[in-house]
Design a protein around this ligand. Structure first.
Ligand code: SAH
Length: 419
């Protein structure tokens, strides 16, 4: 989502303010840091990075802060770093052109409605198009700052999304990546009078577009994985067979305290259903350890789910208290205990990763190549979301070809093109 926001920032500044991009910050007339605030670390990093850029920037160059930390800290950023020229929060990007021209401007209305705004065009990839399908979040997870930085959930009208997808396909992109905090809750809230699609219908309509061969999305919420959605995911050949199912915790008690809306058993059932319908599926997840009140038994429940589902990929986080979220006021778990739980989870997951990845050696997968690495390797992704490297020529870029997997390098695989 942040990457797509950055593309929108660049697009607006190219089109309305005549900026072009430079690779060296010392040459820049304008430096923008686009920020995350999901955990505390990126927030702390912001101020040290700002200090660095302020030291090296050209005389008269402007500095701006965008994204979720901009929403969250607002004018405090300028108070702490007076050389910052403007602050533009998430979902206020349509205001960026004006903000760069207005010293001291702070645009952080978290419910600003950009669902009908016609953003200018800029895409960082020639091969796949990130497309936002909704803004904000309608959940109230007690650990999460996102609703306070990205506001209420509103879906973008389907016609706008379909137009973006058609344009991307016409320019040769074969893959569409749909983005939202709860993509499979799409269509619940619109701010304008528009045709009401749900996520399943949106997927069906996008897959009718000629030239689009792959559809990915993130992140779906486990609560909204109804049978119609799972059926569409399983049977629509254009939908890539990798899915993110964010667990957060395997303990029903902790899930309740987190206000996730599902139980351990319910989560396991969803994963079983997906696996039964999609044999080659790769499932990734997010897990938070050391949420306030997490006992050893609660943590064992998380490990139990991990053992049962055997996720292909886990994004692990140690709980980080966020301002103005309910869980931040609860009694916190000892930090060292949190680290040791995190390490235990990481070690367990490595065994599952090896289990999955070793099985791949010898298999043939369709890979869409999108990047030439400095060492000459060409990188792409299989339909089910595996990162694959091959030796080959640049002509492979933008092509979907059969690759035989030859080696497991744990987080990615190597292979040879067999055409
Ligand atoms: N909409 C997604 C979450 C997006 S935030 C969902 O509901 O599943 C991405 C991930 O960051 C979350 O899934 C969670 O695992 C992690 N995260 C969010 N807040 C956190 C916090 N306070 N501490 C640690 N990790 C957190």
């Amino acid at each position: 989502m942040n990457s797509r926001d950055t593309e929108h920032i660049i697009a607006e500044l190219n089109t309305h303010n005549n900026y072009t991009q430079t690779t060296d910050p010392k040459d820049a007339d304008l430096i923008i840091i686009n920020t995350c605030s999901v955990r505390e670390k990126p927030v702390a990093k912001l101020f040290s990075e700002l200090g660095q850029f302020n030291k090296i920037k050209k005389t008269g160059a402007k500095i701006g802060v965008c994204g979720c930390t901009a929403s969250h800290l607002g004018d405090e950023i300028i108070k702490r770093a007076s050389y910052v020229d403007f602050v533009v929060g998430a979902r206020n990007i349509s205001k960026i052109s004006k903000a760069v021209e207005t010293k001291g401007s702070v645009e952080i209305d978290i419910n600003h409605d950009e669902t009908n705004y016609d953003f200018s065009e800029f895409r960082s990839s020639l091969y796949k198009a990130n497309i936002n399908i909704s803004l904000g979040c309608d959940k109230q997870c007690t650990f999460c700052i996102v609703p306070a930085t990205r506001g209420d959930e509103i879906s973008i009208p389907a016609e706008i999304i379909l137009n973006e997808a058609r344009k991307s396909a016409a320019s040769g992109m074969k893959e569409i990546f749909l983005l939202g905090q709860n993509v499979n809750n799409y269509g619940k809230y619109f701010s304008s009078d528009t045709e009401k699609y749900d996520f399943t219908k949106l997927l069906q309509e996008i897959s009718k577009i000629d030239g689009i061969e792959r559809i990915r999305f993130t992140s779906p919420h486990p609560l909204h994985m109804d049978d119609a959605f799972i059926e569409e995911f399983a049977t629509n050949p254009k939908i890539c067979k990798s899915i993110h199912v964010p667990l957060q915790s395997g303990s029903t008690k902790i899930l309740k305290d987190m206000k996730r809306g599902y139980t351990k058993e319910w989560f396991l059932k969803v994963c079983d259903k997906i696996k039964a319908k999609v044999p080659n599926v790769r499932i990734s997840t997010d897990i938070i350890v050391a949420f306030p009140g997490e006992t050893d038994q609660d943590f064992r429940d998380t490990l139990d789910v991990v053992n049962q589902v055997k996720f292909d990929q886990i994004f692990n986080f140690k709980y980080s208290p966020r301002p103005n979220t309910p869980a931040a006021n609860l009694e916190q778990i000892d930090s060292e205990l949190g680290t040791s739980r995190l390490n235990e989870l990481i070690e367990l997951h490595k065994t599952h990763q090896d289990y999955h990845m070793d099985k791949l050696v010898g298999q043939i997968h369709k890979v869409y190549f999108e990047d030439l690495k400095p060492n000459g390797e060409i990188m792409g992704f299989s339909d089910n979301g595996m990162q694959v490297f091959v030796d080959g020529s640049e002509e492979l870029l933008g092509q979907i070809v059969d690759v035989k997997i030859t080696q497991n390098t744990r987080t990615s695989v190597k292979g040879v093109v067999i055409k």
